[in-house]
Design a protein. Sequence first.
Length: 259
Amino acid sequence: MKLNERSVAHYATCDSPTDHAGFLRKRVERHHHHAHHSTSYQRRWFVLKGNLLFYFEERESREPVGLVVLEGCTVELCEAAEEFAFAIRFDDAGAKAYVLVADGQAAMEAWVKALSRASFDYMRLVVRELEKQLEEACTSLAACRKSPRRSSSGRKRHLSNPALPPVQEKPAVVENGYSTWGGGPDRDGGHLKPPPLPPRRRSATGSPAGSSVPGLSPALQESPVSPETACFAKLHHWYGQEIVALRQEWQERQKRGHP
């Protein structure tokens, strides 16, 4: 793989998001004559961006001294003289392995997790798994939409306590095109009874509204509702006449200057 050193150096130090960063000690092996080699550790500042792991001599350095492309590799703990060591190993037999040492257990676990998730191979597996879950969810939703819905049985449960048995709704009784009160015969004579009339309003003079109201004819002052007739339209019309008369009385009092 050929990389443009200038572009890579700029990407390493630009303001692009950093996935992980921190100090690690990098193992360096030096080979000498007569098959003699020595091992030492260099403290470097590592920066992970995407699948590229940069390392610098110092945290304030403007150019990286090395780069590891995290593709086709595995990140695993390794046995070493140093504690909290882990290694980045590649599938190729002749590829160089990177042995790194963290400052503590938490730092080591964080680095292993971040590096293991950095490759495009890992992201490809995550995308495939998410696509599979999405396909299963869409299939389940389509099956739910095709299944017949439970029809309403005309029964409902108590809202205050769902554990109570359902309450059967009473059918509405229609008379002359209007629903009447009650769902069945009363206990006395089998006839429908209207609800009790609301208390009459008091007039502006303070007298009970049960007395005669100016502007209402005697015929209108008698309620049209009787035990034999429970028509809401007639009751509404009768109270509307009373409101009109009271409004006219109030307008006349305003004209005369009374509050």
